[in-house]
Design a protein around this ligand. Structure first.
Ligand code: 13P
Ligand code: SF4
Length: 343
């Protein structure tokens, strides 16, 4: 007989043992005994409610390995949302990700465990700002990072993520565009512009001056200190939301999924990811031969998502993400165009 009590019973211990086998270096037994009943109950409710959990790479390991059905970067989560057969999507990530799922699956119920999980990039620009940009730069395609509201996407020509931004801009170049406007992350835009220059392209990249409150904090002085502290063989990976001087100093730059793939493939003895710190824990669990050195930089928005809130979400079917259908319809085009172009 199932009971709703959140206790660490033999049944819970047995059902969650394979997950704990991956996470025993990160959670002491007494901490795990507090988390496991949530994981058990969330997984039971998911099946009962025909729900799927999409978990971003920045979710903490208990969520990422314990309850995530599909895990990955923003691009993968959008691609998988478009394909899922489940009736309910619980988005473990931030609000723009839940909106992207709702835009791609208007007939499904999309829940986010904490409606306040925002994003500094998303907050840096409005639909009205994009309308003004279009008036200022007629004919220049607006390439909008997925880290934006539906309203902003609705005014844009094509979306991008950090894993496909360069490819999308190059495809616009191949269509004959000499200039593009990238919104809202100025560092992603400058990093794309630098890559284009290295490849001999003459596409001009204009940009909006938004930034990520987590990635903008890294400095060249930090990198020098990290290398001094952890040895010359330290491999440093950076997310393209970091300033260009950081990418110049790093050994590799890529989206959260691309950084993960790099570690899995190259197995460097010691690595540091200049990005949200929870991801280092997730990668460490899967790569026992790589010493992952954390940066301690956490995204306060991503950190709002916790197991108790996910459980509440499934119990109450809240908080539901609702978008004005007219805006959602217009916002779908740039997302779908991105998904097509990134094939
Ligand atoms: P990714 O697309 O690389 O997962 O990045 C999303 C994000 O918000 C990074 O801060
Ligand atoms: Fe937004 Fe930065 Fe947090 Fe990513 S890490 S969700 S870009 S604030």
């Amino acid at each position: 007989m199932h009971t709703n009590k959140l206790e660490y019973t033999d049944e819970v211990a047995q059902a969650t043992a394979p997950i704990y086998a991956k996470l025993d270096k990160q959670y002491k037994q007494d901490h795990w005994q507090a988390l496991a009943p949530y994981i058990y109950e969330i997984n039971r409710l998911k099946a009962e409610k025909n729900a799927v959990i999409l978990a971003h790479n920045y979710m903490t390991p208990d969520i990422f390995y314990g309850v995530g059905d599909i895990v990955g970067d923003s691009l993968k989560l959008a691609q998988e949302a478009a394909k899922t057969k489940a009736q309910v999507i619980v988005q473990c990530g931030v609000h723009f990700m839940a909106e992207t799922s709702k835009i791609l699956c208007p007939e499904k119920t999309v829940l986010i465990p904490d409606m306040k999980a925002g994003c500094s990039l998303s907050e840096s620009i409005t639909g009205e700002d994009v309308r003004k940009l279009k008036a200022q730069y007629p004919g220049v395609p607006i390439v909008t990072y997925v880290n934006t509201s539906a309203d902003v996407k609705a005014e844009s020509d094509v979306c991008c993520t950090s894993s496909n931004a360069l490819k999308i801009v190059e495809k616009l170049g191949a269509e004959g565009h000499k200039r593009v406007m990238m919104t809202p992350d100025m560092y992603l835009a400058q990093n794309v512009a630098n890559e284009l220059k290295k490849k001999g392209s003459d596409i001009e990249v204009l940009f909006w001056e938004g930034s990520c409150m987590v990635h903008e904090r890294f400095t060249k002085t930090d990198i020098d200190r990290f290398r001094k502290q952890h040895g010359e063989n330290l491999v440093i990976l950076a997310h393209p939301e970091c300033p260009p001087e950081i990418l110049e100093e790093a050994d590799y730059a890529g989206s959260t999924a691309q950084m993960n793939d790099y570690i899995v493939e190259k197995q460097p003895p010691r690595a540091m990811l200049l990005t949200e710190c929870s991801m280092s824990g997730n990668i460490a669990s899967n790569n026992p031969n790589v010493e992952l050195i954390g940066t301690c930089q956490l995204c306060p928005h991503m950190q709002r998502i916790t197991l108790p809130k996910i459980l509440k979400s499934l119990q109450t079917m809240g908080e539901e993400v609702i978008i004005d259908p007219a805006i959602a319809e217009r916002a779908r085009h740039p997302i779908e165009r991105m998904l097509d172009l990134s094939q």
